[in-house]
Design a protein around this ligand. Structure first.
Ligand code: MSP
Length: 622
């Protein structure tokens, strides 16, 4: 029997699950339901990533132990998956004993192979990003909490697998999908690949899996997390299960975690002498309208709010139908309602009410017994058979949105067939033919429900129940005539646009454009005039200057990336504008307390200066 092993990323336990997490998990659920329907031996894995600095810090903030923190957060995900009707076969948490054992086993093997070495490392470390950063990154100003750290660490000889990885990607065209992501990785691999720091000293972080060969260290969180994919299918615990499911058919991931999955993970597996996954599939991101979803913008779509308002199936349908796998997609309530009303209420739902009403009215509430053998009836049958074939091919090649559209086109052609044949008219002149038309339409509807069941497991069940066809499968001819129809509710009640305006609030908290701030928010920024007293270059950083400024009698040090635009000499004596209440940060090992304002475009940059004859330093700018 064919096996199909599919994984989602394991989600950081700290985050409240949002539409991005829900999307990947629903996608995995839909794909695995299709493969199960094809009779394959399926294993669907999801879970949580529970170690690392962010979890430790979050737990400290709440004054609880990290494990207790994880135990409190995990149910949020489990409950959401339950509400979304996710049928996963396993739910892994990286703090589980079974996983810790496997991570240590792999580490030991890689160590014994000579692929892990110890080295003293000195570099810039961003506490917020939880990684060493380059000098260029430090200068970009995008990283905060930067520390210069000198410490002994363990490194994985990733560089050694650069060429074998390039060869593997080239020899296995489906390994990284879609194509443009594969090219991105190959582009990345054109530069020399460095080794990977895989340890964190316990003095800095102790929430992690201890290295089996040095108890003063824990494992870097990504080296730990990626291994979940083999833990769950029985690596080192259940050999036959492992051989059955590994290598996975696909790791589904978002585009932001492509490098970890297609560079770190395969090289780790090569070193451990294990087969590589067959495919890594990176999908795009859901945007809120045109902008990135982010907590700080307050535009993150909450999946729970949507489900409560519109039901699970429409949410699953929309997410699967709207995103072209591999590209970004835009979430808007307008497109959600449009999709719902046109595809679900008008096309699919309406076909059910039409067919069942006519059977009630003209056939005593029973399903007629014979199929329509007219040209039009045969055309529907043929289209149905073709739809099964095309749809499955689209699912197999991960074109989920197209597969759904293929089925909806079939549903639309059945609606057209009903209009052409007009069984409500025929019923009076030729009841036998009317019965045949209704039978064929009902069979087409049953088949569409089976085809769409992986996407909408609940509402399609209503269709199948109505025709007593719960147990029927994916072939033309499953419908049994002569049986009484069961009553059903309206499959998808239309959403009226007035209701939409009320529901937008809880789902998308922010109706204004993303870049709007309130007056109070602006007032929180303390802009003040400051006199530059001294300026000098920062050793070893071409772009940085250290300025000593006076803000109304208070002396401050500010590091600024303007060295390519101003010499230290020309700055002294200038009255500039600074953000006085910015949280101090360490940049390039030097404390910076404030930020100065400048206008810039491309390579041009000009400081905002003020006529020092007219104003003193330390004046507030409003
Ligand atoms: N813990 C790591 C994964 C380790 S896998 C061995 C992680 N977790 S995460 O919770 O931050 O993100 C999980 C997934 O959510 C990523 O695949 C990411 O791409 C996805 N998404 C986060 N925001 C998203 C959208 N707005 N849209 C779609 N997916 C997005 O990374």
């Amino acid at each position: 029997m064919n096996t199909f092993y599919l994984t989602t990323p394991i989600y950081y336990v700290n985050d409240k699950p949002h539409i991005g997490h829900a999307y990947t998990t629903i996608l995995a659920d839909v794909l695995t339901r299709f493969h199960r329907n094809e009779g394959e031996d399926v294993f669907f894995l999801t879970g949580l990533d529970e170690h690392g600095q962010k979890v430790q810090q979050a737990a400290e903030k709440r004054n609880v132990a990290p494990k207790d923190h994880c135990d409190e957060m995990a149910p949020r995900f489990i409950e959401l998956w339950d509400k979304l009707h996710i049928k996963n076969d396993d739910f892994i948490r990286t703090t589980e004993k079974r996983h810790v054992t496997v991570v240590q086993k792999i580490l030991q093997e890689v160590f014994d192979n000579g692929d892990i070495y110890e080295d003293e490392y000195e570099g810039l470390y961003s506490v917020s990003e939880e990684r060493f950063i380059t000098e260029k990154e430090a200068e970009s100003g995008e990283f905060r909490d930067i520390k210069k750290i000198k410490e002994k660490n363990y490194f994985f000889k990733m560089s050694q697998y650069q060429q074998p990885l390039i060869d593997h990607i080239n020899n296995n065209p489906g390994f990284i999908q879609p194509e443009h992501r594969k090219n991105e990785v190959l582009g990345f691999l054109k530069k020399p690949l460095g080794d990977l720091c895989i340890s964190r000293p316990k003095s800095r972080l102790n929430w992690g899996i201890e290295l089996p060969f040095d108890s003063d260290y824990v494992t870097y969180v990504w080296f730990d997390a990626l291994i979940n994919y083999i833990t769950a299918v029985g690596f080192d615990s259940d050999e036959s299960k492992f051989n059955n499911y590994w290598p996975a058919n696909y790791h589904l991931i978002g585009k932001d975690i492509l490098t970890t999955h297609s560079v770190y993970w395969p090289t780790m597996l090569m070193s451990a002498k294990l087969p590589l996954p067959q495919g890594i599939f990176a999908h795009g991101w859901w945007l809120s309208g045109e902008s990135k979803m982010s907590k700080s913008l307050g535009n993150v779509v909450d999946p729970l709010g949507l489900i409560e308002e519109y039901g699970v199936d429409p949410v699953r349908y929309y997410l699967m139908r709207e995103m072209v796998l591999g590209q970004d997609a835009s979430f808007t309530m307008e497109s959600f309602v449009k999709r719902y009303n046109s595809d679900l209420a008008n096309d699919f739902g309406n076909l059910l009410s039409r067919v069942s009403n006519l059977m009630k009215k003209f056939f005593d509430g029973k399903i007629p017994t014979e199929e329509d053998d007219s040209d039009e009836g045969i055309a529907i049958k043929e289209k149905g058979i073709k739809t099964i074939e095309i749809m499955w091919a689209q699912i197999e090649s991960m074109r989920v949105n197209e597969a759904i559209e293929t089925t909806l086109q079939f549903v639309r052609s059945v609606n057209k067939y009903m209009e052409t044949m007009a069984p409500w008219k025929l019923a009076k002149s030729d009841p036998e033919s009317a019965g045949k038309v209704l039978f064929t339409a009902a069979e087409a509807l049953r088949l569409s429900a089976v085809l769409l069941a992986p996407v909408m497991p609940n509402r399609t069940k209503v269709v199948l129940d109505t025709f007593n066809a719960e147990e029927t499968g994916l072939e033309w001819g499953g419908l049994k005539g002569g049986v009484a129809l069961k009553p059903h509710d309206v499959l998808f009640p239309r959403i009226d646009i007035k209701k939409l305006s009320q529901s937008v609030e809880p789902v998308q908290k922010k109706a204004e454009p993303d870049n709007v701030i309130t007056f109070d928010e602006f007032q929180n920024v303390e802009l003040k005039t400051a006199m530059v007293l001294e300026a000098e270059k920062v050793d070893g950083a071409d772009k940085l200057l250290t300025l000593q400024v006076d803000i109304g009698g208070e002396k401050r040090q500010i590091i600024s990336g303007i060295a390519l635009h101003y010499t230290p000499e020309e700055l002294v004596g200038k009255m500039i504008v600074v953000v006085a209440n910015l949280k101090p940060a360490t940049i390039f090992g030097v404390e910076s307390h404030g930020m100065l304002l400048a206008a810039s475009k491309g390579k041009n940059l000009t400081l905002i200066t003020i006529d020092s004859d007219k104003v003193a330093s330390g004046m507030r700018i409003h």
